[in-house]
Write a protein that binds this ligand. Structure first.
Ligand code: ARG
Length: 386
């Protein structure tokens, strides 16, 4: 069941942010140099695309008339894929060409965005065979701001703040949970409650949309050897879909362009369920394993971390949900680097993000340096809305 809630009370934080947003709209004419750079890149890598100079003239004419221009479907698809190729923090870029691009630039209402996000999740989840997908909504233009999703990802678990200051659920999402409540969400109080989408379109009060159950595939975490592991009650969602980054292509900003890949086990096993400021499960697992936690040098943390990561990888595999491990993905990334070099391109990368959070030095990505430049098209964080 899908439910809409349009809150009656405007949210103060947003009022402040939309003021900033209005200011940044004052000079929102497209930077022609960026537009030209992108159109040239598109034609260089797509020789079948037609006449470069005709297209450049058209873009210049459109920008001088309206302050902006419109990407062709092929330019949009290429731009979204290259933005992935340029993502310094992503180890999974080998498959950048396979990104499915859903062109929904005509959609700008909050209700329209909500419906399309639900369809995105269903299609990308594919009953476990996850497909990297992006849905691109209306861009910012000099006349109108595009819609925005205030959630960091389409699927996020609530962090419920309790009277005594403790938090039930994902601490990372406490602010979003508070925001959803202030807008009228009547969520539960559990550790894994999926938050509603919070969507801002125009100057209207944000729309809340509860995700229907069939759009959110989840995997219960079990261990191949320890039956007690299931009783920890851990789970995670199958699809990581980033929804708060802008897709920037040739000077145009698409502020609402949720995209997903599939998970690498360590994102869940070595961070989401493990970090002390997330689900903090390492001491719990160490206790159940009967490890000596009286001193650090027993390496009880490391031991528990490995078992949690074994459990995450095993559970996704048992559930038939696409997931990669950090050793395989690190090797693929080395292949990607080679391919990019052969194609005569630099492949920028951020070492601190590329190296996995466990067993870094056991993977090849650890033992080298990377080009640190930033390229465009790109996925970027603009002002935080929450
Ligand atoms: N690390 C984030 C999370 O755990 C997801 C980031 C994107 N990850 C991906 N495999 N595409 O939710």
């Amino acid at each position: 069941m899908r439910t809409w809630i349009r809150s009656l009370r405007p949210f103060d934080g947003l009022a402040v942010n939309s003021e900033i947003a209005v200011h940044s709209l004052i000079d929102k004419t497209i930077d022609l140099r960026e537009a030209e750079r992108f159109i040239r890149l598109f034609h260089a890598e797509n020789p079948e695309a037609g006449n470069l100079h005709d297209r450049l003239h058209q873009v210049v004419r459109d920008v001088s008339r309206s302050g902006t221009y419109t990407h062709t479907a092929a330019e949009l698809e290429f731009g979204a894929r290259v933005a992935w190729r340029n993502s310094n923090r992503c180890i999974g870029r080998l498959y950048w060409r396979s990104l499915r691009v859903r062109d929904r630039r005509k959609v700008s209402s909050a209700e329209g965005v909500a419906l399309e996000c639900v369809t995105h999740l269903r299609e990308a989840t594919g009953e476990g065979k996850i497909r990297p997908t992006i849905t691109v909504f209306a861009p910012d233009t000099p006349r109108r701001m595009g819609p925005r999703i205030l959630n960091e990802q389409l699927i996020r678990y609530a962090g419920h703040r309790r009277g005594d200051g403790s938090v039930v659920g994902d601490r990372r999402n406490v602010a979003l949970t508070d925001l959803a409540r202030s807008l009228g969400w009547r969520g539960g109080s559990g550790r894994f409650d999926v938050l509603p989408l919070v969507i801002q379109a125009g100057s209207r009060v944000p729309l809340l949309c509860n995700l229907p159950g069939d759009a959110v595939l989840e995997v219960p975490i079990v261990h191949p050897e320890y039956p007690w592991f299931a009783s920890l009650g851990l789970r995670w969602h199958a699809v990581p879909a980033i929804s708060d980054m802008c897709l920037e292509i040739g000077g145009i900003c698409y502020p609402c362009a949720p995209f997903n890949g599939w998970y690498m086990g360590t994102e869940i096993g070595a961070r989401n369920l493990a970090d002390a400021d997330r689900y903090d499960q390492i001491p719990v697992i160490a206790g159940r394993l009967g490890l000596d936690t009286s001193k650090e040098r027993t390496l009880w943390r490391d031991h528990a971390l490995v078992e949690l990561n074994v459990a995450v990888l095993h559970s996704f595999e048992a559930a038939g949900v696409t997931m990669t491990d950090h050793h395989t993905e690190a090797r693929r990334f080395m292949t990607h680097l080679e391919r990019e070099e052969k194609a005569g391109r630099t492949c920028p990368a951020d070492w601190s993000w590329i190296v996995p959070p466990i067993s870094g030095s056991a993977t090849p990505v650890y033992h080298r340096y990377y080009d640190e430049s930033s390229l465009s098209p790109a996925y970027v964080h603009h002002r935080p809305m929450v």
